[in-house]
Design a protein around this ligand. Structure first.
Ligand code: TMP
Length: 211
């Protein structure tokens, strides 16, 4: 799958621990690009396709137990479908694709959070997407305490949200480590600040990316 050679549009991903405020900023970002004449496809992981959304239900279901490796395999299975049915076709048509999470989440949650070996995740990454990577990843960084406050205010916790603070601490550290490893692609946004300030720094990042 030689995705990167055929892509014409741009692929942007949003990442962060639960409660980082991705959805709000993602909608703003989509409007920002649309107002500049781009055709934007907004999607999410796990999900984005019919099969992916069904896998999402199982993955987030509080009553569903599964081995950490099963969880990782299902995340990548949903991703394979997502790339094939949504992401690659949209990019090939010159659209801009914004995804609420992508592979960095598997490294952070299944690698950092669940403690799966990174090498195993790298094998899956290579299998499912070859060398394909997002053009830009915005990582919204919040403290575990603030993320927790924001999620518990919105809804009942899903299978991930009910994890302990230490889990999210490891997830956050893993995201930050990846941001250090891939500084060109992953930009860290301080999402502990008030909404308008977070918005401002996303805008600045995007404007410099588009130059
Ligand atoms: P969301 O709540 O941001 O929509 O994401 C659903 C949950 O799935 C979130 O808790 C993070 C988790 N997740 C993983 O554990 N691994 C992955 O690869 C992806 C895409 C999401």
């Amino acid at each position: 799958m030689m995705i990167s050679e055929t892509s014409k549009g741009k692929f942007i991903t949003m990442e962060g621990i639960d409660g980082a405020g991705k959805s709000t900023h993602l909608n703003w970002l989509a409007d920002f690009f649309r107002s500049r004449g781009k055709t934007v496809v907004v999607t999410r992981e796990p999900g984005g396709t019919r099969l992916g959304e069904r896998l999402r239900e199982l993955l987030l279901d509080n009553y569903q137990t599964m081995h950490g490796e099963t969880e990782a395999l299902l995340m990548f299975a949903a991703r394979r479908e997502h790339l094939d049915k949504v992401i690659v076709p949209a990019l090939d048509q010159g659209n801009w694709v914004i995804s609420d999470r992508f592979t960095d989440a598997s490294f952070a949650y299944q690698g950092g959070g669940r403690g799966l070996p990174i090498q195993k995740l790298e094998v899956l990454e290579h299998w499912v997407q070859g060398l394909f990577q997002p053009d830009l990843t915005l990582y919204l960084d919040v403290t575990v305490e603030l993320g927790r406050q924001r999620t518990s205010a919105i809804k009942t916790a899903d299978r991930f949200e009910k994890e302990r603070d230490e889990f999210f601490q490891r997830v956050r550290e893993c995201y930050l480590e990846r941001a250090r490893k891939f500084p060109q692609r992953i930009r860290v946004i301080n999402a502990n600040l008030p909404l308008e300030q977070v918005n401002k720094s996303i805008e600045e990042t995007i404007i410099s990316f588009c130059k």
